[in-house]
Design a protein around this ligand. Structure first.
Ligand SMILES: Cc1cc2nc3c(=O)[nH]c(=O)nc-3n(C[C@H](O)[C@H](O)[C@H](O)COP(=O)(O)OP(=O)(O)OC[C@H]3O[C@@H](n4cnc5c(N)ncnc54)[C@H](O)[C@@H]3O)c2cc1C
Length: 474
């Protein structure tokens, strides 16, 4: 019976394991799947902690159902009825500009305006900025392909103000990157396509919206046994429900916690793995579902070129700081799901989500749970430099400056993710193609996870399933 060892039990490793086990069973084959996880808990960046009636997310708080792989995996594991829509009656994003919060104008899809009046009436963008955005309709598409930075693309098409006040906080916030370094093709290929196909992002977005409204039933209507889908979705028990369900499907014998792998080396057609404990294990196939910088250390001994390619992927550090308040202590009006802070504001937090407004059952009655983001594209040194007390103090000062919120939190939870977010910098896709070409010579070794072809949970699941499929087909 072939043995597949998966190193790392984040969502990518777990999804690969589930796909291997289910795929082998569907083919009437037997396969041994073993996950080795360095920590004492599974889930990697996905952490949902319950405490005193609060449900605190340390990493992701949602998934995008339009990336269908998450929904399919959840449903296959019996989590269909556990999916949780966001409370869209409170929906709305605010952007901090010159110290004040402005609603992101309705109709702005990611960064592209698709409705005239909301932009015209918005106080977020100046009139010259609005006119510059409108000129996008007449700017010819760039000739010739090739990658460019997100900042270069947005400035070229929609102008600098749109970059600084909308695109940078909105889209760079997802990737926690500096848009002047982010690869357009690796992060927002759809924008490049829209420019080439429609000659204009605005025209392309509008055409897409018309097409979707003709061809798709309204998303708000739930199918039987399935939650109504909102743009962002979670699980009633928090995002941790997904890795937990994967682990349950795989069974306790298939996952070993506290089992960090320190090296691997080729052995026959497969690999030998050495654990931190000194134990050695053999595998016919290995899936490295560890961040690229960890994977580099594991393969360096037998493939220096692969290690060098993996080391070229850069990372930023981020932290989430969740704070809970008594509602009665908060005089500031909290509208929408939260706010984003452009880098040009020079503040020390990037964003805040009103977690218990965005999601149901995240806080006890008469309490409010907020979550702030520090690091990433700006001020990532704070993630490592400040101790918990200073980090909390910093976040409270920023909340007071931006929201006028001066209450004492009754709960604070800090999660630091040093080198937690891979950076898809300009040329990322070419580097991935070179990596895959190099790896083709090693069919027993697969690399999956957020380092490569998508940082979102849906992409991690999809890539992991493709890797598992290659193993099943081999
Ligand atoms: C703060 C934050 C917020 C985010 N928000 C969202 C969101 O809302 N929606 C979304 O879709 N995505 C979000 N993301 C991104 C998403 O969470 C990650 O990209 C994804 O969870 C990464 O999964 P992974 O399996 O690739 O890696 P990881 O989750 O990092 O898992 C890797 C695992 O490998 C283990 N490991 C490492 N080295 C070894 C070793 N030598 N031996 C054994 N085990 C090892 C680690 O302990 C870990 O468990 C967010 C990320 C962060 C940090």
């Amino acid at each position: 019976m072939p043995r597949v060892v998966i190193v790392g039990a984040g969502i990518a490793g777990l999804a690969a394991g589930v796909h291997l086990k289910a795929g082998a069973a569907a083919r009437g084959r037997s396969i041994e799947v073993l996950l080795l996880e360095g920590k004492d808990r599974i889930g990697g960046k996905i952490v949902s902690d319950r405490e005193g009636g609060y449900l605190v997310e340390g990493g992701p708080d949602s998934f995008l159902p339009e990336k269908v792989w998450t929904v399919r995996l959840a449903e296959s594991l019996g989590l269909g009825a556990e999916m949780l829509p966001s409370n869209d009656r409170f929906k709305g994003t605010f952007i901090c500009s010159r110290g004040r919060l402005h609603p992101l104008p309705e109709g702005v899809m990611l960064m592209v305006p698709t409705a005239f009046w909301p932009i015209a009436l918005s106080r977020l963008i100046t009139w010259p900025g609005k006119l510059r955005m409108g000129r996008e309709l007449f700017i010819p598409a760039r000739r010739g392909g090739g990658d460019e930075s997100l900042a270069g693309f947005v400035t070229r098409r929609l102008g600098r103000e749109c970059l600084e006040k909308i695109a940078e906080p909105l889209v760079a916030g997802i990737h926690t990157s500096d848009p002047s370094e982010m690869s357009l093709l690796a992060t927002f290929p759809r924008f490049a396509q829209l420019e080439q196909q429609s000659g204009s992002l605005i025209r392309g977005m509008l055409a897409g919206m018309r097409e979707r409204s003709r061809s798709r039933p309204a998303r708000e209507h739930a199918e039987p046994g399935r939650a109504a889908m909102t743009y962002f979705m979670s699980f009633k028990g928090g995002m941790g429900a997904l890795p937990a369900a994967c682990a349950e499907f795989l069974g306790s014998d298939a996952i070993r916690r506290d089992s960090a792998v320190v090296s691997i080396e080729p052995r026959g057609e497969g690999y030998a793995l050495t654990l931190a404990s000194g134990e050695s294990l053999e595998a016919d196939r290995v899936i490295l579902a560890t961040p690229a910088h960890e994977s580099a250390a594991l393969v360096r001994g037998f493939d220096g070129e692969l290690a060098a390619q993996l080391t070229r992927i850069r990372w930023t550090s981020v932290a989430t700081i969740s704070l809970a308040f008594r509602r009665g202590d908060i005089r500031a009006p909290l509208a929408g799901f939260g706010f984003l802070v452009p880098r040009t504001e020079g503040r020390r937090i990037n964003a805040a989500t009103y977690s218990s407004i965005k999601w149901s059952d995240r806080a006890p009655a008469e309490r409010l749970l907020l979550r702030c983001f520090v690091g990433g594209g700006h001020h990532q040194e704070l993630v490592g430099e400040l101790d918990d007390a200073c980090l909390t103090q910093t976040v409270l000062e920023e909340l007071e400056a931006i929201l006028g919120l001066s209450a004492e939190p009754e709960l604070v939870r800090i999660y630091r993710w040093p080198k937690g977010m891979p950076q898809y910098t300009v040329g990322h896709l070419e580097r991935m193609a070179a990596l895959e070409e190099h790896l083709a010579a090693r069919p027993s070794l697969q690399l999956v996870g957020s380092s490569y072809r998508g940082i979102g949970i849906g992409d991690c699941i999809h890539e992991a399933q493709l890797a598992a499929e290659r193993i099943l087909a081999g």
